[in-house]
Write a protein that binds this ligand. Structure first.
Ligand code: ZN
Length: 162
């Protein structure tokens, strides 16, 4: 019979941290589990694979702590792109026709990184659903959506506006 302390040593001391060992299939917390079978969904697991997966997941979660910063930057760049395009386009139509092509280039320069930054939410959607509860911050999905929308509008407008 293996005691809990021994098991914790087998699973690695790392797991005393923020992310416990969990079943890769259902997300059940396997802390203190003595068999190689998940008591919740019945799937068999290898401790080595589990440890590797959890460690990768921890790294990814650590990186994703900054995800809201990326999204916010994307949102502001997208807003600048859109404002730049609309103001520049209006000014170009009314007073300075030469301004319009320059403004289009600027709008694209801001829209492209904004769109890429808004796509960082895809990294979160790629995580297993049960693991998202271990994210340290609630993700600003609505802001990412705005960033994607603004940058797409600005990019499309730069090409399609007369
Ligand atoms: Zn399970």
């Amino acid at each position: 019979m293996i005691d809990t302390h021994h098991l914790e040593l087998m699973m690695g001391r790392d797991w005393r941290g923020d992310l416990p060992p969990v079943c890769l299939e259902c997300g059940y917390d396997l802390t203190g589990c003595v068999s190689d079978r998940c008591p919740e969904c019945g799937i068999y697991f290898s401790r080595r694979e589990l440890a590797e997966f959890i460690n990768n997941l921890k790294l990814e979660l650590r990186v994703l702590r900054s995800v809201n910063d990326w999204i916010k930057t994307g949102f502001w760049l997208g807003s600048i792109a859109l404002a730049c395009l609309l103001l520049g386009w209006t000014a170009g139509r009314l007073w300075a026709p030469l301004l319009t092509p320059i403004i289009r280039v600027f709008a694209c320069l801001f829209a492209f990184p904004a769109f890429c930054l808004s796509l960082s939410v895809l990294r979160i959607l790629r995580l297993p659903a049960w693991s998202r509860q271990w994210m340290s911050v609630p993700v600003r999905y609505e802001l990412a959506l705005c960033a994607a929308l603004f940058s797409l509008l600005a990019g499309a407008g730069a090409f399609l506006l007369p």
